[in-house]
Structures are given as structure tokens and as C-alpha cells.
Design a protein around this ligand. Structure first.
Ligand SMILES: C[S@@+](CC[C@H](N)C(=O)[O-])C[C@H]1O[C@@H](n2cnc3c(N)ncnc32)[C@H](O)[C@@H]1O
Length: 227
């Protein structure tokens, strides 16, 4: 099982935890590997994380988040739950995170073990399709400082997740915004940016390989922050 205390320990030194190179090192230590083209390589074992993330992009994104107040966080599409576990541990130390919700149509095996062990009492998992009525009901009356959309990568679904969460979130983040292999997300991100052209937006799109094909990419829009 993933040891959350070990991960949180990485972020105890707040000065270090604001350094991109240090966080990148932590991401590798925790188990992530650069994404190469469409072959996702990571070391998957019970006690390691399997984040489907480009380490440098994620590191820059996290350091950016460290200057935000994020009390409530939701991630739609968590796979094994690895990025969720890592991000939440970081935000718990750096952003006063109080409540975190993971949503997926499949059971995130790493996350479930951690939740059952009571290492993250502030976090919960919902086995929902983000397009379902149940998820809509759950969202009713709830707000988040940050929502990370990484569920279905089809254009219509990304737009649907965006419409569902935009009025309930201070900031929205999207994964795969420049990814050659995820044209639906790229198109959705470009339209969402256009629709929010008066809002502050940031992109984390460094590539860890030297090929011309871009992978992954994280985009964040401050829905309530005008330029
Ligand atoms: C690329 S993975 C997420 C990766 C994860 N955020 C990470 O960084 O490691 C996409 C996930 O979205 C989930 N998913 C796909 N369609 C969904 C939907 N309609 N509602 C909720 N989750 C969905 C899939 O089951 C899958 O686990």
C-alpha cells in the first residue's frame, strides 16, 4: 500500500516544496516516469504511485498551486488514484486542503487501499460517471477551489465536465491540453480558453523528451479571476 506519511514527509519543508526541481525529484521518487509518445511507462507496484503525468509539468503545476488557497478539491478521472494521492498530500501541507473528492467510473485500486487504511480521513471516492444524474445531485450546493478534469477525453465529455463544474469552482484544471494523442481535449481546451479569454489562464506544457510530438500538458483557468 502507498504510505501517505512518507509522501507528506516530502513536503514538510515548505521552502523546498516550492522548488520545481525538488518536486520533480519527489515525483520520480514516488514512482512517476516521463510519458514517451503514447507509451505510458511507469513503475507500477503496490507501494509506488503510477501517476499518468509528465513529471516536469506536474511539478510546475504543483508549485503554482502552492500559492493558492485550496480547501476543497475534486478530481474527475483518477485511474489508480496516484495523482490524486500525491496532489492531495501536497495540498494538505501547502494549501490548507480540508476536503478532497475523487470520481471515476472504475475503482481506483491504490486509492481505495489508502482510504480503507484511514490515512486520508479528509478524502473520499465516488464511483460515478461524471455524466450521471447521481453526480449532478452530489454537486448540488457544493463548491471547490480547484476541480481537475481528467475523465473521459472525448471532446463532448470534456465540455460537459467543464459546464458541470465551472460555476462551482474557483479554478479548473484540465489534463492533456496539448497531447497529440488526445485531440478531443486539445480542441475543448482551446475553446474553453477562448470562452474565458478575460480570465487568468496558465499552461504547464514542458516536454521531457526531445521529439516533436507533444504529450500531456496541464491547463488551469481561474474562473473567478479577471485579467
Ligand atoms: C487518464 S485517466 C486519469 C489519470 C489520473 N488523473 C492521473 O493523473 O493519474 C482517465 C480516467 O477517467 C475515467 N473516466 C472516463 N470516463 C469517465 C466518466 N465519464 N466519469 C468519470 N470517470 C471517467 C477512467 O476510468 C480513467 O480512470
Amino acid at each position: 500500500m502507498v504510505n501517505i506519511e512518507y509522501i507528506r514527509e516530502m513536503f514538510k519543508d515548505k521552502k523546498k516544496a516550492k522548488s520545481v526541481s525538488y518536486i520533480e525529484e519527489c515525483i520520480y521518487k514516488a514512482g512517476a516516469r516521463p510519458l514517451r509518445g503514447d507509451t505510458r511507462q511507469w513503475q507500477d507496484s503496490d507501494d509506488k504511485l503510477a501517476m499518468i503525468q509528465e513529471p516536469r509539468q506536474l511539478a510546475k503545476f504543483m508549485v503554482y498551486l502552492s500559492s493558492m488557497q485550496i480547501k476543497k478539491y475534486i478530481e474527475v478521472g483518477v485511474a489508480s488514484g496516484s495523482t490524486f494521492l500525491f496532489l492531495c498530500s501536497y495540498m494538505r501541507e501547502m494549501c490548507d486542503l480540508e476536503e478532497a473528492t475523487a470520481v471515476d467510473i472504475a475503482v481506483p485500486h491504490k486509492l481505495i487501499k489508502v482510504l480503507e487504511s484511514d490515512q486520508m480521513p479528509y478524502a473520499s471516492f465516488l464511483l460515478y460517471d461524471s455524466r450521471s444524474l447521481e453526480f449532478g445531485k452530489f454537486l448540488n450546493g457544493r463548491e471547490f477551489e480547484l476541480a481537475f478534469i481528467d475523465g473521459s477525453h472525448e471532446y463532448v465529455d470534456v465540455m460537459e465536465d467543464y459546464r458541470l463544474l465551472k460555476d462551482r469552482s474557483g479554478a479548473l484544471a484540465f489534463h492533456d491540453i496539448v497531447c497529440r494523442y488526445q485531440p478531443g481535449v486539445v480542441q475543448a481546451w482551446n475553446e474553453i480558453r477562448e470562452e474565458n479569454s478575460n480570465k487568468v489562464a496558465v499552461e504547464f506544457i514542458d516536454q521531457s523528451h526531445d521529439r516533436c510530438v507533444k504529450v500531456a500538458g496541464i491547463g488551469l483557468i481561474h474562473i473567478r479571476r479577471e485579467k
